[in-house]
Design a protein around this ligand. Sequence first.
Ligand SMILES: [Zn+2]
Length: 168
Amino acid sequence: MTGTSPDSPDSVSPASISPVSVNPVSVDPHRLLLTSESGGGGVLLGQRCRQCQVCIFGPAIFCQACSSSDLELVQLSRQGALYSFTVVRVPPAGWPGKVPYTLGEVELPEGPHVLAEIIDCEPDRLELGMVMELALEQVAVAESNQGSGKGLGKVLAVYKWRPAEKPG
Ligand SMILES: [Zn+2]
């Protein structure tokens, strides 16, 4: 036990932005619906085909299984089974988080596989098939503005996976 927790200077945390009241916005409104203004709650969105019941994650124009355009918006389960994972040491450009990080693919009961970072778990403690649950994190990003004005920045709510505390 150490008296002070070591701060990682590279991490981006909501506390590091100015304490104005900035409500977080979904990183992708087609995939993540925020259910609370604080950004602490949310559900993943998908489309289900009314013809063949195949469900996909995120927006779609037609069903990839049967080509029907008769789709309905559905809210997906907050838990799923870990299908695959990998440790990413070379992140995509602009990656705001820490490196390396764990990228997990979770299979939802409705069928879709959803890729997201796995948090709160070291990769060597992950097991395929274990129950993962949706976790929302808030990431402060600088507003990209063309002018000279300096934006306050905004807060994005992003979806991640973490091992479920109580499966089911
Ligand atoms: Zn279909």
